[in-house]
Every structure is written in C-alpha cells, then in structure tokens.
Design a protein around this ligand. Sequence first.
Ligand code: AP5
Length: 221
Amino acid sequence: MGCRIVLLGMPGAGKGTQAERLSARLGVPHITSGGLFREHLDKGTELGRQARAYIERGDLVPDEITVGMIAERLARPDCAPGFVLDGFPRNLAQAEALDRTLSEMGTALSVVPLIRVRPEIALARLSGRWTCRDCGAVYHTLFSPPKQEGVCDICGGKLYQRPDETPEAHQHRLEVYEEQTRPLVGYYRQLGLLAEVDGEPAVEDVEIKLWAVVREACGSK
Ligand code: AP5
C-alpha cells in the first residue's frame, strides 16, 4: 500500500533531520526540494543557474521550475513504495500540483505531519547548522555536533555551510514561510491529512512521536 508523506514545518523545524530518519525506517526515498536544488547548484546545471539568486536571498524558486523537478523525481521507480517529501509543497499552487501528479499516478498522500517549533528556536538551530556534502546528514555546533569537527559521522564526508546560511536569509525564509507556506496547514487539515508533532524536544524524542503518527496513518507497512 505504501506510505507517502509530506513533512511541513518552518525552516529550522527539523524537517531534514527527521525526514532522513523516517525514510530509513520506512525504506523509502527522502526527497528534499532544497537538497535537489543544492545538487544542481553544485553541478552548475542550467536549473541551478536559474535557482541560485532565489535561494541565496531566501525566496521561493518559481513554481514552473520547482514543480517539474519534483514531478520528475516522484515518477522514478524507487518512489513506488512511497516517499518522504521535505520542503515541497511550499505554497498552495505547489500543493495542488502535487495532488494532480499523485492522482495521475493513481495514488495520494497518506499523512502530512507538521513539525511545530517557535521561530526563535528555529533561528537558533539554523545559525549553527552544518551539512555533509556527500550524504546530506545534518549537524549543529551545539545541539548535535559531529564527533570530529568538520567530518560527517556517517560517511566521513566534509561538512559545509549552505549558501543561504546568513542571518538576513534566515529571517527572510521565516517570513516567506509565514506568508506562503503556513496556509498549507489549513489546506491539509481540511483534507484530514494533518498531524501535529511538537518539534522542540531532542531529536530522538521528536523521532519517536513522529513515528507514532506515521504508523497510525500508514499501518505497519
Ligand atoms: P530547504 O532546503 O527546503 O530549507 P528549509 O525548508 O528552509 O528548511 P531547512 O532545511 O532550513 O530546515 P529543516 O526544517 O530541514 O531543519 P534541519 O533538519 O536542517 O530550502 C532552501 C531553499 O531552497 C529555499 O529557501 C528556496 O529558495 C528553495 N526551495 C526549496 N524548496 C522549494 C520549493 N518547494 N519551492 C520553491 N523554492 C524552494 O534542522 C536545522 C538545524 O537544527 C540542524 O542543525 C539540526 O541539527 C538541528 N536540529 C534539528 N532538530 C533538532 C532538535 N529536535 N533539537 C535540536 N536541534 C535540532
């Protein structure tokens, strides 16, 4: 039957951190729109060139670029048993495009967990984040430091700070979330798909609560 999840939450809520753990438990891909964009930036593709300025400012990349990129990813065979989507959709037009894409594939979302944190917590988390260039694992200088500075515990890859890790971009991303993404909470609540999870406790505690929500929606899979 599969388990198809959209993780909602403001920048810094812990979507990437939890999506990684959830996808490992379920054995389905973790699809991150921000991560896909960063791959394009690193490889210097045409799509990356078009997206760069938006990402560095903390603005949303236009829907005509983003929707196609995600639809192409969801059509790959590894998504047949399900997926964990992180960072998409981010506005109403993207949510409706996702519904259409899934309906054309003869399927639909299983559950949309909202990871809730206060903005001041999100900002503190964003300011100390480091990401593995090779496997995408996420660390924090205070809350979850790597065993060796600058080196990923999981794959030994080099840790780096993302191009949108400036105080101005952090603040702007939170504003964009409030204006454009928060309306999706009501959208998914109305569809009976929303499940709220407190994102402020330690990573492992959030993981346990999130897993309970997903198991209830998807069964034992
Ligand atoms: P994207 O990469 O999606 O960034 P985001 O949604 O802003 O979210 P983040 O990745 O910043 O935060 P997160 O919630 O994943 O938190 P994390 O787990 O890392 O998007 C980047 C840009 O790409 C956008 O600004 C836009 O330009 C573009 N883009 C992407 N998708 C798009 C779309 N659909 N449409 C248009 N444009 C799009 O955790 C944060 C930190 O906190 C980490 O250091 C972590 O170690 C720590 N942490 C996590 N959980 C805990 C915890 N429980 N306790 C303590 N520390 C924790």
